[in-house]
Design a protein around this ligand. Structure first.
Ligand SMILES: NC(=O)c1ccc[n+]([C@@H]2O[C@H](COP(=O)([O-])OP(=O)(O)OC[C@H]3O[C@@H](n4cnc5c(N)ncnc54)[C@H](O)[C@@H]3O)[C@@H](O)[C@H]2O)c1
Ligand SMILES: O=P(O)(O)OC[C@@H](O)[C@@H](O)[C@H](O)[C@H](O)CO
Length: 380
């Protein structure tokens, strides 16, 4: 059995690759980073170091790499012959890999190949559906050869220290939930996967708790001049702001999905403990990366805040987190720089600021959340 995984980065090597390896798959990583692909083809194994409670050291073997930028033909062959295709490239990159996947899946169908499972493992609601839509734009008949299933992946994998090679440091906790109905009785056998009938409550709860809380910690921590995530939560003021944000998403999740309040609170408490793991070298810069994506519609702040506002419920802590995100000015983060340029261009111009709120958050001027967002955009 062979798994083709796009994105040999933190979560690719440190989580999805691990579970696929443990399930008995030969792994082929596709990536555009040539040094990474060279290392994957030069080495027989890499280590996954867990840090935290009941940590283990694991070894991943049986892998190779294909350079998806430099070797399109090699990649096509892998798409034709893989038993499972997964991605962890970032939600905005899915559109970029879709045409190649379309071409490979068309070639697979024409060669009489069997259907293949395609699962996007990204931090976004219905990421696989989005990928499938992009593939259908190029190859409308793709559903005859591919089964698409949405997933939610949860494991904190920080950026790795320079000089660590392919080895990855990860937290012990993990969850990979996959929506099962698309597969009927014959889904891929991956023992580490939790199969669920309806992914919506899982991915929404994960994104609006883990990722909302994480991003809030990053932006409030950055604002306080703190660089490590676990240190940010040691700061009582940052912690209070993060807890307020998670109190608001808890209220929404309880209302919308009927989670028991004490169950959601236990989930929140566990997550704050995970963020506070002092052995995890995670930074506000990684967790806050790509702020334009993070303040966009349906994402971890504006998604729950808009729904709360529509229900007449409080979203002021979430809006403050958006305000903190607007101050995220990290020099080597392209989205942070684009955000700063846009803010500078509209500063002092009320009409331009109103347009910018809608452009960046997708919230229209007549939405109940709009006035609060306008306040934080005007204040920067
Ligand atoms: N790191 C985590 O803790 C974590 C946890 C859960 C989910 N995720 C999600 O997983 C995805 C990846 O995150 P990450 O932390 O591993 O990021 P990362 O930057 O470490 O890895 C992404 C990899 O994708 C590669 N890539 C970029 N463009 C590509 C392309 N066109 N074709 C093939 N490969 C390409 C990059 O070279 C990189 O190696 C994101 O959606 C993220 O939200 C991350
Ligand atoms: O990957 P992003 O940029 O969407 O979010 C940054 C972190 O919050 C994220 O990578 C978490 O570590 C992960 O989602 C934990 O499961």
């Amino acid at each position: 059995m062979k798994a083709l995984h796009f994105g040999a980065g933190n979560i690719g090597r440190g989580f999805v690759g691990v579970l696929l390896h443990e399930a008995g798959y030969e792994l082929v990583f596709a990536d555009v980073a040539a040094p990474l692909i060279d290392a994957l083809n030069a080495q027989d194994s890499y280590a996954v170091h867990e840090v935290g409670f009941e940590a283990r050291d694991l070894t991943v073997t049986g892998f190779s790499g294909v350079n998806s930028a430099a070797d399109p033909q090699g990649l096509l062959e892998q798409i034709k012959t893989a038993d499972v295709i997964t991605t962890a490239v970032g939600p905005t990159v899915l559109r970029i890999i879709a045409p190649t996947l379309a071409e490979g899946l068309r070639a697979r169908a024409e060669a009489g190949g069997s259907t293949v499972a395609v699962m996007a493992c990204e931090n976004a609601i219905n990421a696989t559906d989005g990928l499938a839509e992009s593939i259908r734009e190029v190859y409308p008949e793709v559903d005859q050869i591919a089964i698409f299933a949405n997933t939610a992946v949860d494991r904190i994998v920080p950026n790795q220290a320079p000089g660590q090679g392919l080895d990855v440091t990860v937290e012990t906790y993990y969850e990979w939930a996959v929506e099962s109905p698309a597969f009927g009785e014959s889904g891929p056998e991956i023992p580490g996967v939790t199969w669920v009938e309806d992914l919506a409550p899982y991915i929404t709860r994960k994104l609006f708790t883990v990722n909302t809380g994480h991003a809030a910690t990053a932006y409030f921590g950055y604002q306080a001049g703190i660089s490590k995530i676990s240190d940010a939560l040691e700061d009582s003021q940052v912690r209070a702001k993060v807890e307020a944000v998670l109190g608001e998403t808890k209220a929404l999740l309880v209302e919308k999905f009927g989670f028991a309040p004490e169950v959601q609170q236990a989930y929140v408490d566990k997550i704050l403990t995970r963020f506070s793991n002092p052995h995890l070298p995670d930074t506000v810069e990684r967790v806050g990366r790509a702020p334009l994506r993070k303040i966009s519609h349906n994402e971890r702040f504006v998604g729950p805040a808009a729904e709360l506002a529509e229900r007449g419920m409080d979203a002021s802590a979430l809006v403050s987190a958006v305000g903190a995100a607007l101050g995220f000015d990290v020099a080597d983060d392209a989205e942070a720089q684009e955000l700063q340029t846009k803010l500078a261009a509209s500063r002092g111009d009320g009409a331009a600021t109103e347009l910018l709120v809608t452009e960046l958050t997708g919230v229209a001027a007549d939405h109940p959340l709009f006035p609060k967002l306008l306040e934080v955009f005007t204040a920067v």
